[in-house]
Design a protein around this ligand. Sequence first.
Ligand code: HEC
Ligand code: HEC
Length: 296
Amino acid sequence: MRRIITRTLLAIIALIAIGLWVTRPQALAPGTLSGIEGDVARGEIIYAAMGCASCHMAPGSEDRLVLSGGKSFPSDFGTFYAPNISTDPDHGIGNWSDAEIASAVLKGTSPAGQHYYPAFPYASYGRAEVGDVVDLIAYLRTLPADQSPSRPHDVGFPFNIRASLGGWKLLFSGSDWVVTGTLTDDQIRGRMLVEGLGHCGECHTPRNALGGMDTAQWLAGAPIPGKDNERTPDIRAPSLDWSAPDIVAYLKTGLTPEFDSAGGEMVDVIANMKQLPDDDLNAIAAYLLIVGTDTP
Ligand code: HEC
Ligand code: HEC
C-alpha cells in the first residue's frame, strides 16, 4: 500500500515538474537582437502606438515621459501596480540590457526568469516585430530617470505564485493573429496596430473565466474592471457603423461623428493615437472595418 502511495506521489511530482518545464518562462532566443540598430525617432512613434505611458506614468500625472509607475489595476485576482520603468538604474530599468527589456515586452519574462502578470499586456505585445521593440528601447533610454520605488502587487494565494502563470501564457499568449485571411497591406498594418502594439483587445474584448481574451468575441466590448456595470463599446464594424474617416477623426480628436467627446480610459488611448502618422490611423480604420464581417 505504502509503495502505491509513494509511486502515485512520485508520479504527481513528475507531472508537476513536466508541467512547470513545459510552461517555464521563456526569454528571447540569444542573438535575436544582434545586428539590429535602434532608431530613436521611430521608437517615439512605437512608444505612442504601444501606450507604455498610459500605464507607467504616475497616476494623475500629465507627463507622458516620466515612467515612475504606481498606477493600480484592479482584477478578479487582486490589484496590480505598474512598476517604475524609467531609466533610473536602481528603481527603474536603467541597467537592464536590451534583450532583458525585449523579453519582458515580447515574452512577459523578467530578467530573473519569472513570469509577469498579464496586467502587463504582453499577450498582445508578443505579436510585435523585434525591430519595432528595439526602436522602442532606444527611445526609452532617452527618457528621464525617476527614483520612485515600485509598489508590490496586492495579490493573494495562489496568484502570488508566478510559476502558475506559465499555463495561462501557454493558453492565451503567442503570436497568432485573430483576424486572418486575405488582407490588404493597410489591413495588415492595422492588424499589427490593433491586435499587437495598440493592444486594443485588452480592453475591448471580453475575458473568459481564466482571464484570457475570448477571441470568439474579438472587440465585442467588455466589462471595465473595477467599475460596476460599465462596459467598453463593441467596436466591430457592424456595431460601430462608422466610416474610415470617422474612425480616424475619433482617434485624432476624441470626437465621435455625433460630436460627443470620448470618455474614460479612451481619452488616454487617444492621447497616444493622435501622435501616430495618418497612414497608421488609416490602417487602424481599414482593419476595424473588417472585424466582425465576412470580408477576409
Ligand atoms: C495596461 C497597462 C500596461 C501597459 C500598456 C504597459 N505595461 Fe509594463 N507593466 C504593467 C504591469 C501591471 C507590470 C507589472 C507586471 C508584473 O509584475 O508581473 C508591468 C511591468 C513592466 C516591466 C517589468 C518591470 C520590472 O520591474 O520587472 C517592464 C520592463 C515594462 N512593464 C515595460 C513596458 C513597456 C516598455 C511598455 C510599452 C511598450 C509597457 N510596459 C506597457 C502594465 C503595463
Ligand atoms: C484602456 C482601455 C482601452 C484601450 C486599450 C482601448 N480602448 Fe477604445 N475605448 C475604451 C473605452 C472605455 C471607450 C468608451 C469611451 C467613452 O465612454 O466615451 C472606448 C471607445 C472606443 C471607440 C468609440 C466607440 C463608440 O461607439 O463610441 C473606438 C472606435 C475605440 N475605443 C477604438 C479603440 C482602438 C482602435 C484601440 C486601440 C488602439 C482602443 N480603442 C483601445 C477603452 C479602451
